[in-house]
Structures are given as C-alpha cells and as structure tokens.
Design a protein around this ligand. Structure first.
Ligand code: SAM
Length: 239
C-alpha cells in the first residue's frame, strides 16, 4: 500500500463512528440485519458443506480444553460460540459484539444460557490482560481497514494468556482464478458499494498470518475449509 493509502486507511479507523463501526453504512447494516443475518450466512456457507458443519470445524480448530476461558471478539449472532460450547460444555465463554441486535439474537439461540454474550468493542474490550486461554475472531477482520484490524489483533494478544492461543478465521487468499470468481459471485462481491470487497482483498494481499505477526502473534498452525475459501490461523503471543 502507498503512503497515501496508509494515511487514508489510518484516517478511516481514527474516524470511527461513536458506535465503534467503521462507517455509517456498516452501522446501519448491523443495526437492521440481525433478524435475517442467519439466513444470509446459511446461504454463504452452502458451497463449504453447510454452516453447521463449518461452525463445528471452526470449533475444532480452536482446540479449547475443558474448564478453559475463551473470549470471542465480533461474535455476531453466536453460532461459532454455540458450536464451541456444544463441543466442550465446560468451557467458559465471553463473547462480544458491537451490535445489540446480534447479541440479543445470540442470547435467544443459546439454549444452555451459559455463554456470556455482551455488547462490547473488540478494539478495546476493557477486559483484564493475560486472562483468556483462547481468543477467537471469526469472519470480522475482513470488514475492517488495516489499522483497525491491527488494533483488534493487538487487543486479542493483550487479553490472551502468555501460553494461550489467538485464533483468527478469515477469507483465505485463493490461487485459482475460477475459485476466486465463484467465491466473488457467491459472496456478493458484485453488489454495488459492497464495502468488504476492498478490505477483504487488502487483508488477503497482506496475509492474515503476517498481520498477526505485526500484532505480536506468531502463527503456529493454519487450517482451511474445503474448498479453501476460509482459513483459520492459530497463533501464540510472542514473548
Ligand atoms: C461478518 S460479521 C461476523 C459475525 C460472526 N463472528 C460470524 O462468524 O458470523 C462481523 C461482526 O463484527 C461485528 N463488529 C464489527 N466491528 C466490531 C467491533 N469493533 N467490535 C465488536 N464487534 C464488531 C459486527 O457487529 C458483526 O456482528
């Protein structure tokens, strides 16, 4: 990215809305979308074998152990967190999202009532440093400009225990032109003004593991879905 591009990007994330969202459009979208967000996500995951299977796969990538503490940033309507709880019912989960509607939908879906879903800002959680065994960010960084992605990753590192793991799950960089085109079409890349197209492309070009390293996290493992549209990078805080 050029110096001008970096400046524009920095300005974007220093001019966050008072809600914490990067733009009025995103604020509006997440203000209204929670009633039909799950339907849209159901569609999005169809080529990957369905949402339920993918969420279970994400939960396995996180590899959380019984009794451990997990923080999920930008949890949305809570499907990965519920899959995690179903996999390891003794895990303690705190899950935050800026959207009050997302959080209320997540709470309704959590039949166990054991997951602590709450409204909060992933860039500044106010939670104690070094306090979580696992910190998870699922499919949210690609909607953020670079400087905000780094803030969120640094916050994930700050709250993660020194021997814990930060797991980021994101749009993977695809090599084949055909798979790039199919994913672009299936994931609404053609939608006029879709703001995630530029930020997702920027994330893929820079590389998720590279950005995690810039935030003080060392990538240890990488997983992908089949087809490899989504990657999960498991990392540890640098000492
Ligand atoms: C594409 S959705 C992903 C939701 C969920 N993790 C999933 O896998 O379905 C992105 C989510 O990030 C949330 N979000 C965006 N910026 C945020 C921030 N700074 N702090 C917390 N949540 C944020 C949005 O409200 C939205 O629910």
């Amino acid at each position: 990215m050029s110096a001008q591009g970096i400046k524009a990007d920095d300005e974007k994330s220093s001019q966050l809305r008072s809600s914490g969202y990067v733009s009025r459009l995103e604020e509006y979208w997440y203000g209204i979308s929670h009633p039909f967000y799950d339907l849209m996500i159901w569609f999005v995951f169809l080529p990957l074998g369905g949402e339920a299977a993918c969420r279970r796969q994400f939960a396995r990538w996180v590899d959380v152990q019984p009794e451990e503490k997990l923080l999920s940033l930008c949890c949305g309507t809570g499907d990965t967190e519920i899959a995690l709880f179903n996999l390891v019912p003794t895990v303690q989960i705190i899950a935050v999202d800026l959207g009050a509607g997302q959080i209320s939908t997540a709470k309704q879906k959590d039949k166990s009532g054991s997951i602590d879903f709450c409204v909060g800002n992933a860039a500044q959680t106010g939670l104690a440093a070094n306090s979580f065994d696992r910190v998870l960010i699922t499919l949210a960084l690609h909607e953020m400009p670079y400087s905000l992605r780094l803030k969120v990753l640094r916050e994930a590192r700050r709250v993660c225990k020194p021997n814990g793991r930060v797991v980021a799950i994101e749009h993977a960089k695809l090599d084949g032109k055909l798979s790039q085109a199919v994913r672009y079409l299936w994931w609404f890349g053609w939608l006029p003004g879709n703001p995630e197209v530029a930020t997702s492309r920027d994330l893929q070009q820079r590389g998720l593991a590279t950005e995690m390293r810039e935030a003080g996290l060392e990538a240890l493992e990488r997983y992908t879905t089949d087809p490899s549209w989504i990657e999960g990078v498991v990392s540890a805080p640098n000492s």
